[in-house]
Design a protein around this ligand. Structure first.
Ligand code: SF4
Length: 347
């Protein structure tokens, strides 16, 4: 499939047919598509700093940061700009080229914007690429962030439109699509994906990928998260998802969005090395690196380094044409251990 053939008209039947392929056929096809657009032995590496933690008014059932669930998470107010910049400096010294900042908000308030803008400008002045995830954005806010120098914005669709109401009631699917449209209109790169294993059915997984692939412009980055069941959230009791179904989801995402970085995101700690290797074979080519992923744990750096070595995988610097939000590339960090101070410790 060449770049000209990127499709935005996927139907549910077509997506379901991909999922229904024999496993080996599906992986072979995904690997073919992957090799047309990416080096199959390179994985991008992302880091993420929580700049405001917990006490979120939204009711996303999977999220320990929602104020509605008692998960024992320690709340943190918006970090001071200087502290954020200090972390960014450390990230740069450790080899990062991009710095992502996440805040547990429904949306940024007007009073927050000057601080946020200062953070973006400060991080930019350090010579780093910038990315943020702050909740819903108006067109005006998106323009302000773009003008401040924000390169990437993350906002996930989470699941299919049909299943969405089972997971979130405090904002609509259309709200999410509107934010993505505002980010695009402002000229920023889009990072958007979802979470599987939340009790959705197969059609919902197809529906999520259909929504993402059929956007007017496919996201530069597509994080596929496996639900991390945090005690105290309404989904903490759900049965584990069939691992091969997760690998299939990665493969189908790769086929439908051939030029996007497909990120193996939350849930990687529960995956053994073999499972992660299958995900890379299916076309995943980005991971989070570091021991904390906002508030849930992530494999430590050493185990990633070892796994990459075993698989002959190199980390990759961002590409001009298809980069992603949430990402600071740590190419050198495969050889050298990352500074602990870079990661927010929510434990
Ligand atoms: S996912 Fe984001 S919006 Fe939803 S509760 Fe968590 S922090 Fe809030």
């Amino acid at each position: 499939m060449s770049a000209e053939e990127i499709r935005h008209d996927w139907t549910l039947d077509e997506v379901n047919a991909l999922f229904a392929l024999p496993f080996n056929d599906l992986l072979f096809r995904a690997q073919q598509v992957h090799r047309e657009h990416f080096n199959p032995n390179e994985v991008q590496v992302s880091t993420l700093l929580s700049i405001k933690t917990g006490a979120c008014p939204e009711d996303c059932k999977y999220c320990p940061q929602s104020a509605r669930y008692d998960t024992g998470l320690e709340k943190e107010r918006l970090m001071e700009v200087e502290k954020v910049l200090q972390r960014a400096k450390e990230a740069k010294q450790a080899g990062s080229t991009r710095f992502c900042m996440g805040a547990a908000w429904r949306n940024p308030k007007d009073r927050d914007m000057p601080y946020i803008i200062e953070m973006v400008q400060g991080v930019k002045d350090l010579g780093l690429e910038t990315c943020m995830t702050l909740g819903m954005l108006t067109r005006e806010q998106a323009m302000m962030l773009k003008d401040a120098g924000l390169d990437y914005y993350n906002h996930n669709l989470d699941t299919s439109p049909e299943y969405y109401g089972e997971i979130i009631t405090t904002r609509t699917y259309q709200d999410r699509l509107d934010t993505l449209e505002n980010v695009r209109a402002a000229g920023m790169n889009v990072c958007s994906g979802g979470i599987v294993g939340m009790g959705e059915n197969a059609n919902d997984r197809s529906g999520l990928l259909m929504q993402l692939a059929n956007l007017p412009e496919q996201p530069e980055s597509v994080p596929i998260n496996m639900l991390v069941k945090v005690e105290g959230t309404p989904v903490d009791h759900l049965e584990d998802m069939e691992p091969f179904e997760f690998v299939r989801t990665i493969a189908v995402a790769r086929i439908m969005m051939p030029k996007s970085y497909v990120r193996l995101s939350a849930g990687r700690e529960e995956m053994n090395e073999q499972m992660q290797a299958l995900c890379f074979l299916a076309g995943a080519n980005s991971v989070f690196y570091g021991c904390k992923l906002l508030t849930t744990s992530n494999p430590d750096e050493d185990s990633d380094v070892q796994l990459f070595k075993k698989l002959g995988i190199n980390t990759e610097r961002g590409r001009d044409y298809s980069d992603e939000a949430h990402e600071s590339v740590l190419r050198d960090a495969v050889a050298e251990k990352e500074s602990e101070a870079l990661f927010y410790d929510a434990s």
